[in-house]
Design a protein around this ligand. Structure first.
Ligand SMILES: Cc1ncc(COP(=O)(O)O)c(C=O)c1O
Length: 350
């Protein structure tokens, strides 16, 4: 149960810190992070850098700031940033790529957030063509959120990254749900991060922390990230309080993602059995389930409003004719999933 009796499947950002996490936060050793003097934050940064096989890392308040700072460091004015057409950087970051990096963005038509090396080649600009922007940065989202939590296979990442690097571009991983990908595939975070020049993990999604993300890359890259962090007000003070939650989550919560994935599968199975509903992209690979309302006269928004009356929250995406998204996380149990599915079946029976 999420809180106040609500079964909250709106997003994996809806968790509350557990008692153990709160204890770790209360006991954290702290200092002035802006001056590099917070020991717990430094420990978290070192740990994430090692996990991702990078030389250095920097703690930031959010995943959005990781993407924004990475784009600003990799790009200069007039450059072009490429990512899947469904990417968070294009949909949900208030146009930051153009506002902060002053770079142009180019969405690649994708198959639920994934594209191939051939697709990328078809979207690259010519070298030394003064009419065209410079293809400068490729961003890959692991897992692909709007694709229903699809995991980018390692071989596909390697092929796409090789094309980008061959074209003189940098490659950045939006790793908001990287650990969902590692748990779903058995591939390590280090292996997934290896083809990337920069990569980050979010602490405030499946890992269950209240705040924070960690961006990793080479030492010179992270040095430049610090300038942006300072510039846009992301350098903070006694952040050990939240970094301790991150360390706790890395110790205790990563393997629990397997339960979220099992719950997502169970929910998808139940939805597939309800007349008038159809899964958008088959059985889920990780913790996200998308489905459509096929029953005539019913909309996604209406179903979500009815669910809320029964203390179940799901998200309607793409207007009235759109899809419904459910995301499983630490604060929803198997019983909650059964209850949510029963509520859905009840609504569809009318
Ligand atoms: C794929 C993806 N990237 C980036 C973000 C941004 O993360 P944050 O909410 O920590 O800013 C999100 C958040 O939903 C996301 O799903």
């Amino acid at each position: 149960m999420s809180h106040n009796g609500l079964i909250d499947l709106y997003s994996d950002t809806q968790t509350r810190p557990s008692a153990g996490m709160r204890r770790a936060m209360a006991e954290a050793e702290v200092g002035d992070e802006q001056r590099g003097e917070d020991p717990t934050t430094r420990k978290l940064e070192e740990r994430v850098a090692a996990m991702l096989g990078k030389d250095a890392a920097v703690f930031l308040p959010s995943g959005t700031m990781c993407n924004q700072i990475a784009m600003a460091v990799h790009c200069t004015a007039g450059d072009e940033i490429l990512a899947a057409d469904t990417a968070h950087v294009f949909f949900s970051e208030a146009g930051g790529g153009s506002a902060l990096s002053r770079a142009q963005t180019w969405p690649i038509r994708s198959d639920m957030g994934l594209f191939t090396a051939t697709d990328l080649k078809a979207n690259l600009r010519e070298h030394n063509n003064r009419y065209q922007p410079r293809s400068r940065l490729l961003i890959i989202e692991q897992t692909a959120n709007m694709g229903g939590g699809l995991v980018w296979p390692l071989t596909q990442i390697a092929e796409v990254a090789a094309v980008a690097h061959g074209h003189g571009m940098s490659v950045h991983m939006d790793g908001a749900r990287l650990f969902n990908a590692t748990v779903a595939s058995g591939v390590s975070a280090r292996d997934f991060a290896s083809p990337f020049d920069s990569a980050w993990i979010d602490l405030s999604k499946g890992l269950g922390c209240p705040v924070g993300a960690v961006l990793a890359g080479s030492k010179p890259f992270i040095h430049e990230c610090w300038r942006w962090k300072q510039r846009i007000g992301g350098a903070v003070r006694q952040s050990g309080i939240v970094a301790a939650a991150g360390l706790y989550a890395l110790d205790h919560n990563v393997e629990l993602l397997a339960t979220d994935h099992a719950n997502a599968k169970l929910l998808a199975e139940r939805i597939a059995g309800i007349a008038g509903l159809a899964l958008s992209n088959g059985p889920p690979q990780s913790n996200i389930v998308f489905f459509r309302v096929t029953a005539p006269g019913l909309t996604a928004a209406h179903i979500c409003a009815e669910l809320l009356k029964r203390n179940v929250r799901m998200g309607a995406f793409g207007g009235t004719a759109g899809r419904i998204r459910c995301v499983t996380h630490l604060d929803v149990s198997k019983t909650d999933i059964e209850r949510a599915a029963t509520a859905l079946a009840e609504i569809m029976r009318g």
